[in-house]
Ligand binder design. Structure first.
Ligand SMILES: *Cc1c(COP(=O)(O)O)cnc(C)c1O
Length: 408
């Protein structure tokens, strides 16, 4: 508790909002706008000095020496997996509860995704299930720090050591997270970050890769820009024209200066925004303590949570309302909500391609069918937070709640 936390006052009749609360709306300030305008006026929109500046700031923030900015976390994952030199038939073990691009990146790198189930409480990949899924073809583990809660990195690193596997951290939710005082993304051979609109740091689209080895960063930088040896910024600088050579068939995954312009200022506000989300997260935890929903697990000791998502599990048996009707009612109350995520094995493409049945990952399946994410960004006002709480309470049984409070 601290000065940002306000007292929750249950209301019997909540006045509807007049404006729709967009889920994951980013927090944009005048400095961000000015920096973008500066890029536009400078005539340099592509990869240039602002990307280099943003990379330096990010590298300092994470205490990591090898960083490469790209245009999404999906690109970051794809390039990390390519730099891992996987062969067809090689297997990458990842979580059954993630965004589809984690899986697609493995497929596009030519490897085979193997799903491990999640822990029903932390919603992070279960190291015991990872062990069960290891085969002679396993080459890497790709965990997601779900909702911003760091995975059990000790266990995962032990497994990697025992079986000589690479570790690729999907840190899309977890820029600010730490484990044993060390930043997420610096444990693995690769750490991949997202700056998509709804993420904790937003550049519109954008991503970053941390690599343990310098040569991987060099390779990724080349792969991110067509496989060319010199990037365009250096090519057209005032030192005169430089010829480039294509050394492999690369991709168009580079970040633009317009994106980095946002990133520089978003990064400078990251800790302030983290504190604001932590307060909102705790306010939700307190407000929903007495209603029949499962709240997210409190952060584990010795770790720092990123507070990227606040997810409730709405169980029709216990809560008296189905998850999907909860989502519909929240939308009706002008509150934007999200689902993170349907279990990967619920999607028809993967079922057809890999023969998966969702029941093979029971925890991910069960979470995916009950989960609902409430708005959690630094752009929320106290009144917005109160509206989210009021809407949630009235949908999930305010009557129940007040009855119990009166009895107490
Ligand atoms: C958002 C997200 C991604 C993809 O990030 P993009 O920057 O949109 O490509 C990957 N993994 C997870 C867990 C995500 O939440």
């Amino acid at each position: 508790m601290n000065e940002h936390t306000f007292e929750f006052k249950p209301q019997t009749s909540s006045t509807p909002r007049d404006r729709f609360l967009v889920f994951g709306a980013p927090q944009i300030e005048q400095t961000d706008i000015d920096e973008v305008v500066d890029s536009l006026k400078s005539g340099w929109l592509g990869t240039g000095p602002k990307v280099a500046h943003f990379e330096q700031d990010f590298s300092r923030y994470k205490g990591a020496s090898n960083v490469v900015a790209v245009n999404s976390c999906t690109a970051a994952l794809h390039l990390s997996l390519l730099a891992a030199d996987l062969q067809p038939g090689d297997e990458v073990i990842t979580t059954a509860l993630t965004f589809c691009s984690t899986i697609n990146a493995i497929i596009h790198a030519g490897a085979t995704p193997v799903l491990a189930d999640v822990d029903s409480v932390t919603m992070n990949i279960d190291p015991e299930d990872v062990r069960r899924r290891i085969t002679p073809r396993t080459r890497a583990i790709l965990p997601v720090h779900f909702a911003g809660r760091p995975c059990d990195l000790h266990e995962l690193l032990d497994i990697c050591d025992e079986h000589e596997l690479l570790l690729i951290e999907d840190c899309a939710h977890a820029i600010e997270a730490q484990y044993d005082g060390r930043p997420t993304g610096t444990f693995g051979d690769f750490g991949c970050f997202s700056f998509y609109v709804t993420k904790n740091l937003c550049t519109g689209e954008g991503g970053m890769i941390i690599t343990r080895r310098e040569h991987d960063a060099t390779r990724i930088k080349t792969l991110a820009l067509h496989g060319m040896t010199k990037d365009a910024w250096k090519r057209f600088s005032d030192d005169g024209y430089k010829h480039y050579q294509v050394v492999e068939a690369g991709f168009k995954y580079n970040m633009m200066d317009i994106q980095a312009a946002l990133g520089i200022h978003q990064l400078a506000r990251l800790e302030r925004n983290w504190q604001r989300r932590r307060d909102i997260w705790q306010t939700y935890q307190d407000a929903f303590a007495d209603i029949s929903v499962q709240r997210p697990a409190e952060p584990a000791p010795g770790t720092r949570h990123s507070y990227h998502l606040y997810t409730l599990l709405v169980d029709e048996q216990q809560t008296g309302v189905s998850r999907d009707s909860f989502l519909a009612s929240m939308t009706g109350a002008k509150i934007g909500v999200g689902v993170h995520y349907l279990s990967i094995a619920e999607h028809p493409y993967y079922q057809h391609r890999f023969g998966w049945r969702a029941e093979q990952w029971p925890n991910a399946l069960s979470i995916g069918r009950r989960t609902a994410s409430l708005p959690l960004t630094a752009a929320l006002t106290d009144a917005d937070v109160q509206d989210v709480i009021n809407a949630t309470m009235s949908i999930i049984g305010l009557a129940n709640y007040t009855r119990r409070r009166r009895a107490a």
